[in-house]
Design a protein around this ligand. Sequence first.
Ligand SMILES: [Zn+2]
Length: 595
Amino acid sequence: MAKTNLTGAEEVVWDLSDLYNSSDDPLLEKDLSESTKQAEDFASSYRGRVGALDVPELVKLLQAYESIFELSGKAGTFAFLNWSTNTEDPARGALLQRLHEHSSQLQQKLLFFELEWAHVEDGRAQTLMSDPVLAHYRFWLTLARRYRPHLRSEAEEKILAEKSVTGRSAWVRFFEEVHSGARYTLEGEELPQQSVLTKLYEPDRTQRQRAAEAFTAGLQNMRRVNTYVFNNLLAEKASDDRLRSYPTWISARNLANQIDDATVQALVQAVTGRYAIVARFYNLKKELLGLEELFDYDRYAPLPTANRRYRWQEAKQMVLDAYSSFHPEMGEIAESFFQKNWIDAAVRPGKRGGAYSHGAVPSVHPYIFMNFEGTPRHVMTLAHEMGHGVHQYLSREQGILSADTPLTTAETASVFGEMLVFQKLISAEKDAQIRLSMLVQKIEDTFATVFRQTAMNRFEEAIHEARRAEGELTTDRFNELWMKTQKEMFEGSVTLTDSYGVWWSYIPHFIHSPGYVYAYAFGELLVLALYARYQESAASFPAAYRDMLAAGGSNWPEELVRPLGVDLKDRTFWDKGLGMIEEFVEQAEDMAKVQ
Ligand SMILES: [Zn+2]
């Protein structure tokens, strides 16, 4: 590596000794065999008896349950972290594989408990859960029973589970294999999906247009397969919802997300009601790019920008300043990550890509993994993962069963952290041109999660409902519903070419997790609205926010955010977040005028 490329992150390597000293640490083997032994004892003491336990026995059971997950979680965390920094080392890969197998064996031994608990009759469960001794576990016990009205008998569940391997899961895998194997012909070259889609970010318009045409042609070739797979999975979902008595296509997803149907509806209505923001932004982008008309393949065209670079020390200081000026304790926690070597940021051979914050287990502390190369995006990644890290650190007090949050609120702390750091970053930037492109980038990222995902949710609802009402759908019918729901969003700004009609057919979320996409919009908009509340009440907000993080997943999301003055069912709350996006667009318009 050339000296000029050094960022100072080359020495930033984590210290895993709070977990184990090495992969040969005898303590690791001891924890593994101990967790197996405890799981066996657990099964022999409680299998078939869960419904008959009294409160003290149930407390004992839950403590034993937590202890098993602590032990195996600690070993599993070490194996994963250790592998992440050198995926080419076969010994590390083997340890990770061993831990996967260990964990799935434990799960098989323990599975009976949650099933038996869900089958305990309501009155009896309520009496047990209302006992103050069980207060710490009450919410988890409630959550574990939430599928009860939708579970079928044990014999039926067994058949459903066995048949799903060659049913739903088989179709999902088929779809994934078809798309990962697909090649798109571009200027004589055969390219995989990702390489073609990346070309939509090219500054040269002809290149973008050709990439879009190549992608369309490839999807056209696969249309019969895609249409068939979509139809099958839509029908499968319809019968699953009927067998399990879910009122709508999205109800099962909402239950998993710990959110009710009305809240999701309020979110969707608020976003679709403000599609005018999309038009306003793309009209500005059209001007900035100097184009007469903006087509679908122009959406990701970059603005001319200088290559700003940050050293590790600058990034670290920026993140620490942002977190400590928001809340001193959160600043101190962030400081620990740097001082105590809980971060691995050095780029080195064999290290896997991407970034994450791993919560480890409550008895230890989280670790942050990333590859720092000094771009503005890497600074935001550090800000993002630090948000997860601080959240995970604070919520350790909830214990291993209740520390984690559902999908809907899992990204709150990380995206909020990004907002804090973004504000520092942009105000520290002296070059007006770079400031503008930073802001435009931020707006586009926000659009991708808020508006794009909500429009996709509208499409998804349309196809689920159409499949239920009309029977098998043709490719043209899918195209029509896709164009309708996309045009609603791009009204008055982006011209959609006819060939864009088939672009629904590669999006994997529709296939592997029906109903998933709104969670992105939910998370992003929740953060923007929380940030707006922070600006309104800068004195009292940070303390309430800190407490929300510390509560982890110990209550319904709706209840967790209530002390912050937030009512998730209220459309005007979601409007606050949308108002923030509009403010960003306004700022960008003002900056563009000065240039
Ligand atoms: Zn994240």
